[in-house]
Each structure stands twice: as structure tokens, then as C-alpha cells.
Design a protein around this ligand. Structure first.
Ligand code: SF4
Ligand code: SF4
Ligand code: SF4
Length: 345
């Protein structure tokens, strides 16, 4: 790929031809505040926070502006500072100030941007109007939708369209009345949303927030155990408990994406009713047994059930090798072709 050289705030950097100014800055460790940009999505140029001055005269949206050799960019020009400060004050003036009790506190892009551009109480008072009163949509079992915190960046809409091809949500109404909505403004649980949560993990604020999320104390790399795809996950652990799951962006199988089961279906791990030892029915009652007792009983029953009395159902939650062994055992040892497999759980 051919390279170009551009200057950002007096610093010469090298960038790939075809990159945007924002991408070039980020690739070189330079921060340009932005809200609607996400590395997985096409640039949209919606929030207008990433403005820069180009070649000393033109105000450009850095997420949409391709790099050109010799280009000179200023991110701290007074006109740029004023535009992005006004833009961010307009967004924050319409936003609840509940950071300390908010799911996104400490990792919120709006907090980061507001702090960086230096919003002022005077600016907020100038623009403030009543925080919109759309009730929180708690219909989805895994995440809530709080419109009062939405900054209309459109990342959720583009995620659902560009990455998931589901198109469950879009902008509704116009101007200050705009909000993110399902078709017919139905509760999200009654829409075509598949609860994958891909929009939730990309929302830069807490307008889309997982229910009952807890900050983990540490993260452990693992593989999702639900099906044979083998998606990489980062399990968030607190004490002895798994409290969150994130897709592992370094895993080549899923590159950070997960389905609803892998992302939200982790509560079984610590569920008090989870079976941890085999149970054997004695006098009509299930009683805890050792693995040796259980395996002996199974072997005994199997030896009395050879031929077509026997059937095996293999699982997507075990490895290919284990599945192979089950069919081999069924055919070669039990003497039947009654073997099937559930490809997904
Ligand atoms: S979304 Fe961000 S800015 Fe808004 S209340 Fe939560 S932490 Fe604060
Ligand atoms: S819900 Fe989140 S991702 Fe969607 S537009 Fe609002 S702030 Fe952006
Ligand atoms: S959870 Fe998935 S399907 Fe539902 S709106 Fe978000 S991206 Fe679309």
C-alpha cells in the first residue's frame, strides 16, 4: 500500500493512501475527539465532533476526509475548538447528569470528549432544555434502552445494518424530536431485534446498557461453549464469579462478535442449581453419586441395550473428535446407526 506524509499539529506522520485523517491520527496514537465513529463501521460524519482545520483554511470532518500527501492538519485551531465545544455542549445540554450511577461511568465516550473539549456550565445553561421524557425500554431480557442518554450517533443503527444485516432499529422523527426506534416504535423485545447485543457493546454511552452489568476484577480468555463455531470470549471475573462476557477481538473466528447466547447466557456458570456431580435415581429419588458409580451404571445399562434399542444424540458443545468417537462407539460397539447430532443449542 502506498504511503503519504501528512502533518498533524506540527507532527509529521505517515499514513496509508485511502485512510481518513481520523484513521491516520489514531494509527499514530493521536487523539481527535469523536463520537459517531467506530472502527468496525463505515464513517458516517454525523456527530461533527471530529472537525479539524485543513491546510490553514478549510474546516473538515476528519472521519470523512481522506489523507493527501503534504496535507497540514490542525486540531487545536481556535475556530475548530469553538465548533467542537459548541457541538459537544449542545449534546450534553440535552443529557441527564447521572454519571456516578451510570453503567457507562469511567468508560463513556461522551465523558471523555466533554472533558477533552472543555465544556462550561455557561455553555450548558445556554443550550439546556428539558431532558426528553421517553420511558426506558426494559422489555429486552438482556439490555435496557434509555433514550435520555442517547446522543444519536447512529452507531447502533449502522451496527445492526452493516454488521448484522438485521435492520431492527433506525432513526424516527426529525430534528430535536429524533430518537432511535424499532419499526412502529414497538418495545425492542417485540421487534425483529435478535438480542445479539452487538449494538450494546458499541454504544459510546449508556443508552444501550446490559442489565445488571458488573465491572470485572480481571478478564480470562476462553472459548464459548455453546456451539461448534468456537468463538473467542473474554470472561470477566469478580471473586469466584463470571460477571461479564466480551467477544475476543483477537480471535480469528469471531473477531469480537458474539450471538445472544455467547454474550448474555453466562449466568448458568454460577447458577446454584447447576449440576456439578452425577445423580443416580435410587428408590425414585435422584441422589448424588461418584463418577465411578455413574460410569459403572451407564456401562451396565449399555451392555443390556445393544442394537436398535440404543440411540445416541451427540452435541455441538463437544469437540469434533468427541463427536467422531460417539458415532464410532454407536456403530462399532452398540451395533446401530441410531446416531444424530444437534448442530446448535
Ligand atoms: S452516558 Fe456517560 S455522560 Fe451520560 S450519564 Fe452515563 S456516564 Fe454520564
Ligand atoms: S443508542 Fe447509543 S449507539 Fe445508538 S444512537 Fe444512541 S448513543 Fe448512539
Ligand atoms: S441487539 Fe443486535 S439485532 Fe438487536 S438492535 Fe442491536 S444489533 Fe440489532
Amino acid at each position: 500500500m502506498s504511503k503519504v506524509t501528512i502533518t498533524i499539529d506540527g507532527l509529521q506522520i505517515s499514513a496509508d493512501q485511502g485512510m481518513t485523517v481520523l484513521e491516520a491520527a489514531q494509527a499514530n496514537g493521536l487523539y481527535i475527539p469523536n463520537l459517531c465513529n467506530h472502527p468496525d463501521l463505515k464513517p458516517a460524519g454525523l456527530c461533527r465532533v471530529c472537525v479539524v482545520k485543513m491546510d490553514d483554511w478549510k474546516i473538515a470532518i476528519s472521519c470523512k476526509q481522506p489523507v493527501k500527501d503534504g496535507m497540514v492538519i490542525s486540531t487545536e485551531d481556535p475556530e475548530v475548538q469553538q465548533i467542537r465545544k459548541n457541538t459537544v455542549e449542545l449534546i450534553v445540554a440535552d443529557h441527564p447528569m447521572t454519571c456516578l450511577t451510570c453503567e457507562a461511568d469511567g468508560k463513556c465516550e461522551l465523558q471523555r470528549v466533554a472533558h477533552y473539549v472543555g465544556i462550561t456550565p455557561e455553555g450548558l445553561n445556554r443550550y439546556r432544555r428539558k431532558v426528553r421524557a421517553i420511558p426506558i425500554d426494559r422489555s429486552n431480557p438482556f439490555f435496557d434502552v434509555d433514550h435520555s442518554k442517547c446522543i444519536l450517533c447512529g452507531i447502533c443503527v449502522r451496527t445492526c445494518d452493516e454488521l448484522q444485516n438485521i435492520n431492527a432499529i433506525d432513526y424516527a422523527q426529525r430534528g430535536v424530536a429524533s430518537f432511535i426506534s424499532t419499526l412502529g416504535a414497538k418495545p425492542i423485545a417485540d421487534s425483529r431485534c435478535e438480542s445479539c447485543g452487538e449494538c450494546v457493546v458499541r454504544c459510546p454511552v449508556a443508552a444501550l446498557a446490559p442489565k445488571g452489568a458488573q465491572e470485572p476484577m480481571r478478564e480470562v480468555k476462553s472459548i464459548c461453549a455453546y456451539c461448534g463455531v468456537g468463538c473467542g470470549v473474554m470472561l470477566g471475573v469478580r471473586g469466584q464469579k463470571v460477571v461479564s462476557v466480551q467477544g475476543d477481538r483477537d480471535n480469528p473466528v469471531n473477531k469480537g462478535s458474539l450471538c445472544v447466547k455467547g454474550r448474555f447466557g453466562y449466568k448458568f456458570i454460577n447458577h446454584p442449581e447447576r449440576l456439578k456431580t452425577p445423580l443416580i435415581k435410587k428408590n425414585g429419588k435422584l441422589e448424588e453419586a461418584t463418577w465411578d458409580e455413574a460410569l459403572e451404571l451407564v456401562a451396565d445399562k449399555f451392555s443390556k441395550s445393544k442394537g436398535d434399542k440404543f440411540a445416541a444424540l451427540a452435541s455441538a458443545r463437544i469437540t469434533n473428535e468427541d463427536n467422531y468417537l460417539i458415532q464410532k462407539f454407536t456403530r462399532a460397539v452398540m451395533g446401530t446407526n441410531n446416531i444424530d447430532h444437534c448442530a446448535r443449542l
